[in-house]
Design a protein around this ligand. Structure first.
Ligand code: CP3
Length: 358
């Protein structure tokens, strides 16, 4: 197994810009289908629990030594084809001064929900020097990872707005939708600010050397297509456009977004993330030849017997061939109780089933 250290004197050779992940995102030939897992860094790994012991989540995200170590853990253990920057979608909101916490077992909780125009005063623009540590962690990671690409990420305006307006995780997003329809002008002003925060957070990571970025619009699947187009897509497009000139692949993902795939692609993505509800063959047919796809093994199936997982992986790889390019991933994040040995085995299986002789 490849061993990586944060300050590796001889990191893996190779150019991350020519890695299987970046090539698949561009629809180019690959030596094997690249694989990484959303939430690959986190509670499924004992080495993560060990270094996080006693350190609050937001503090861990702002401590470069921890960010570098936690980001590298799943790359070392599983041999995945990409690292994802260890942080959280609410880190840039906390950095501009929003009073929030990440509560274990719950998620982000905002002290005072955003509901009125006066609340916009609590959401100033993100200046790069407010997250200088993020640039530093990124640079150190890029140096340590060598040929393995680092994926930078941000939360999309709608998903961020949902946390701000609801005050925390929400099943129905009722306050968010009430604001969207009840005061569209305030909604658009809020999302324009969030697009600036999100786009700046992506750009900081990209300029510091990330090889790709992913915009997480995790909860966009709660919207009708008409609402997505009118109230959300322009702001996600603005966030993604913040890195357009850098030429790195842009991945756009949401849960339950089968009806929104083409609109999410058109927001400015090269790769559209697909959850487990839609087959990759259907996703590719909807998206057409301009987009690669990412996904989409159901994370719950990692708890099934191995022969079930093996058949699912083979099916997903076969369906992914219909797309311009395929990045293997889960349909959503790794569940905390997942046996990490299964993730390593899935990584090896994807590689073995797709390896081309040189
Ligand atoms: O490995 C990776 O994917 C990189 C790190 C990462 C985290 N959060 C770390 C994290 C990424 C990319 C995110 C994004 C994120 N955060 C999203 C979008 C992705 C998705 O899952 O849809 C969302 C919606 C959030 C908000 C959030 N933060 C939630 C829902 C939670 C989980 C709450 C819980 O305890 O179950 C968090 C906390 C969080 N972010 C954890 C991690 C590893 C768990 C914190 C812990 O270890 O206690």
């Amino acid at each position: 197994m490849t061993t990586l250290t944060a300050d590796a004197a001889t990191p893996d050779a190779g150019d991350p810009a020519d890695s299987p992940l970046v090539r698949a995102a561009r629809g180019l030939a690959v030596p094997h289908t690249p694989v990484w897992f959303m939430r690959q860094a986190g509670r499924s790994l004992p080495e993560y629990l060990e270094v996080r012991d006693g350190v609050p989540m937001l503090e861990a995200c702002r401590t470069p030594d921890l960010v570098v170590e936690i980001t590298l853990q799943p790359v070392r253990r599983h041999g995945v084809d990409a690292a994802i920057f260890f942080s959280d979608i609410v880190v840039p909101l906390a950095a501009v001064g929003v009073d929030l916490d990440i509560v274990p077992g719950t998620g982000p909780v905002v002290a005072q929900p955003f509901r009125t125009r006066a609340d916009l005063d609590r959401l100033p623009a993100l200046a790069p020097d407010a997250v200088e540590d993020v640039a530093e962690s990124t640079r150190r990671l890029v140096a340590g990872l060598g040929g393995t690409p680092l994926i930078g990420f941000a939360g999309a305006p709608f998903t961020l707005a949902s946390y701000l307006v609801e005050g925390g995780p929400s099943r129905h997003h009722e306050h968010t939708k009430a604001l969207m329809h009840g005061d569209p002008e305030l909604w658009h002003d809020l999302c324009a600010r969030l697009a600036q925060v999100s786009g700046t957070f992506l750009r900081i990571q990209a300029e510091a050397g990330a090889s790709a970025v992913q915009l997480f619009d995790s909860w966009a699947g709660a919207l009708s297509r008409a609402d997505y187009r009118a109230f959300v897509q322009p702001h996600s497009a603005a966030a993604l456009s913040a890195v357009a000139d850098l030429g790195i692949p842009r991945i756009h993902f949401g849960v339950g977004t089968g009806e929104l795939l083409t609109d999410m692609g058109a927001a400015g993505a090269d790769v559209v993330g697909v959850d487990f509800r839609v087959s990759l063959a259907d996703a590719a047919a909807r998206l057409g030849p301009s987009y690669a796809v990412q996904g989409n093994l159901d994370p719950a199936l990692l708890f099934a017997p191995w022969d079930v997982i093996e058949a699912e992986v083979a099916r997903i790889l076969a369906e992914g061939r219909a797309a311009r390019g395929h990045v293997f991933n889960l349909g959503h994040g790794v569940l905390p109780a997942t046996d990490p040995a299964v993730l390593t085995r899935v990584t090896e299986l994807v590689h073995r089933l797709t390896e081309h002789p040189a």
